[in-house]
Design a protein around this ligand. Structure first.
Ligand SMILES: NC(=O)c1ccc[n+]([C@@H]2O[C@H](COP(=O)([O-])OP(=O)(O)OC[C@H]3O[C@@H](n4cnc5c(N)ncnc54)[C@H](O)[C@@H]3O)[C@@H](O)[C@H]2O)c1
Length: 436
C-alpha cells in the first residue's frame, strides 16, 4: 500500500547521505516522498544538491524554513549531537514526526526536555539505533527471554575500533565535550559504538521489548588522542534484574575488529555477531549458529514510516516494506526505539562519566602516535589491545590498565564512585569533564 509520506532531512553530509539513499529506496517503493532538506553547509555537497534540486527537492540552509512546510510530515535529523535536543524539540513543536539519529542527545536533562516536547506534540519520535530492527538481535532476545541460556547474569563486549585523523578532522564537533556551551560528549560509547550500549542493555532486559533498568554504573573514561572528550571507555552497569553489563571500547588501537556481544546465563552462553549471526550454546549441547540477512538502515526507516502512517492515517491499513522484507516481527506495531527507551543508554553513558570523575589522559609514556600518512594517523596505548582482547573473550573482568590510570581510584575497587539511579536531579557529570 502506498504511504507517500512527505519527509525532510536535516543534515545531508556524513550519515545524512545514508538517509538520503534509504529515503530514495523507499520513495521508489511509493512509501515516502522527499520534499526538502536543510544544511547550513549544503554547498559542500554540490553534487548532492544538484541531484536533489533536479528531482524537485527544496534545499535550505536553515532548518526552521524546512519545518514550516506543510508537505513535510516527518523529519530525519542527522546533525551533530549538540543540535539533537534543540532541533528535535523544534521539529516536534512544529508538529512533525521525528526520526532522530543516535545518540538521542548527550545528557539525561536533554532527554527530559525532548520527552516533554514529544508528549505535548503527540507526534512520534524514533531514535536511529538501527540494530534494533535486526532480526538477529530480536531472535537472540526472544531466545533469552524464553530461557535458552537460563537466568541471564552477564552481557559484555569489548570493541577496538581504530579512528584516524580523518575521522576526528571531518567535523568541528568530533572529539569535543562541549560546543558553544552545549554538551556533545563525543566518544565511542556515546557515538560510534552507541549501538552496542543500547543493544547490550536491551539483551539484559527481562521482557521481549524492554531494556534493562539501570541501577548502578561505574566507569572510566580515558583519552589517548589529545582531544577534549574521551576515546577509550570502560562502562559497567548493574541492572534491576541482577544482570551485569560490561563494555570496553577504544578508538586508540591499530585494530578495527568485528563486533561481538556476549551473554552468559546460568544454563549457557550466547553470542551476537554484528554481521548478523547468533550462536546459542546451552551447557552440554553443541553450539547452534543462526544466520540472518538484513538491511538495517532500510528496515529501521521503514519501521518509523509505518508507525507514522498508522498514526496519521489509522484507517488506511498498513504500508508494506516493498524494498525491505519485514522480518523483524516489530515493524508497524511499535517504534523500534522510542525516546524513553534510550534512558538506560543515557544513564549508562552519563553514569560512567560521573563515576569516572571526568575524563583522564593516559600517561604520555604509554601513548604512541602511529602516522600512516597525514590524514590516517592514529594513537595506541601500550598493553591496551591485549587487555581489551582478553576482556572481550571473557578471560578478564574489567580493564586494569584503565583503572591504574584513574589517579589511583581503581575501577574495580570499592572506593570508586558508583553512580546510582534513579537520581532525583539528573547529573550529566558536566562539572567534571576534564581531569588530567
Ligand atoms: N546510525 C548510524 O549508524 C550512524 C552512523 C554515523 C553517524 N550517525 C549519527 O549521525 C549524526 C551525524 O553524525 P555525522 O558523523 O554524519 O556528522 P557530520 O558532522 O559528518 O555531518 C553532520 C551534517 O549536519 C550538518 N549540519 C550542521 N549543523 C546543521 C544545522 N543547524 N541544520 C542542519 N544541518 C546541520 C553538517 O553540515 C553536516 O552536513 C550523529 O548523531 C551520529 O552519531 C549515525
Amino acid at each position: 500500500m502506498n504511504g507517500n509520506i512527505g519527509v525532510g532531512v536535516l543534515g545531508i553530509g556524513g550519515y545524512g547521505q545514508q538517509h538520503l539513499s534509504t529515503i530514495s529506496t523507499l520513495q521508489e517503493a511509493g512509501i515516502c516522498r522527499l520534499a526538502a532538506v536543510a544544511d547550513p553547509l549544503a554547498a559542500r555537497h554540490a553534487a548532492t544538491v544538484v541531484a536533489l534540486r533536479s528531482a524537485g527537492v527544496e534545499v535550505y540552509n536553515d532548518a526552521e524554513l524546512l519545518l514550516r512546510r506543510d508537505d513535510v510530515q516527518a523529519v530525519f535529523i542527522a546533525t551533530p549531537i549538540h543540535l539533537h535536543a534543540p532541533q528535535t524539540v523544534m521539529a516536534l513543536q512544529a508538529g512533525k514526526h521525528v526520526y532522530l539519529e543516535k545518540p538521542p542527545c548527550a545528557t539525561l536533562r536533554e532527554l527530559e526536555r525532548m520527552e516533554a516536547a514529544q508528549q505535548q506534540s503527540g507526534t512520534l519520535c524514533a531514535v536511529g539505533f538501527q540494530m534494533q530492527t535486526h532480526p538477529a538481535l530480536r531472535f537472540l532476545k526472544r531466545q533469552m527471554v524464553r530461557g535458552a541460556i537460563g537466568q541471564v547474569r552477564r552481557v559484555w563486549s569489548s570493541v577496538r575500533w581504530r579512528r584516524t585523523d580523518a575521522y576526528y578532522n571531518r567535523s568541528l564537533w568530533a572529539g569535543c565535550f562541549r560546543v558553544g556551551g552545549q554538551p556533545v560528549f563525543d566518544g565511542p560509547a556515546t557515538n560510534a559504538l552507541a549501538h552496542i550500549v543500547h543493544a547490550a542493555l536491551f539483551l539484559a532486559g527481562a521482557r521481549e521489548t524492554e531494556w534493562a533498568e539501570v541501577q548502578r554504573v561505574r566507569g572510566a573514561l580515558m583519552r589517548a588522542r589529545p582531544i577534549e572528550s574521551y576515546d577509550t571507555a570502560y562502562l559497567e552497569a548493574a541492572t534491576a534484574g541482577d544482570v551485569q553489563v560490561q563494555l570496553a571500547f577504544t578508538h586508540a588501537s591499530p585494530v578495527e575488529e568485528e563486533i561481538v556481544l556476549r551473554c552468559a546465563g546460568d544454563e549457557g552462553v550466547a553470542e551476537l555477531n554484528w554481521e548478523g549471526s547468533v550462536t546459542l550454546a546451552p551447557h552440554g549441547q553443541t553450539p547452534q549458529l543462526h544466520r540472518f540477512f538484513h538491511q538495517s538502515a532500510v528496515a529501521s526507516t521503514l519501521n518509523f514510516l509505518q508507525c507514522v502512517h498508522a498514526v496519521d492515517t489509522p484507517d488506511a491499513g498498513t504500508i508494506s516494506g516493498g524494498a525491505a522484507p519485514d522480518d523483524t516481527g516489530i515493524a508497524g506495531a511499535r517504534l523500534a526505539t522510542r525516546l524513553g527507551d534510550t534512558r538506560p543508554f543515557l544513564q549508562m553513558v552519563n553514569g560512567a562519566l560521573q563515576s569516572s570523575c571526568g575524563i583522564h589522559s593516559f600517561a604520555a609514556a604509554q601513548v604512541e602516535r602511529v602516522a600512516a600518512d597525514e590524514s590516517h594517523g592514529y594513537y595506541q596505548v601500550a598493553g591496551l589491545d591485549a587487555e581489551m582482547k582478553a576482556f572481550g573473550q571473557g578471560s578478564a573482568n574489567g580493564l586494569p590498565l584503565l583503572s591504574q590510570n584513574c589517579g589511583g581510584r581503581c575501577l574495580m575497587r570499592q572506593s570508586r564512585r558508583v553512580c546510582r539511579f534513579p537520581q532525583t536531579q539528573p547529573d550529566d557529570g558536566a562539572g567534571s569533564e576534564s581531569s588530567h
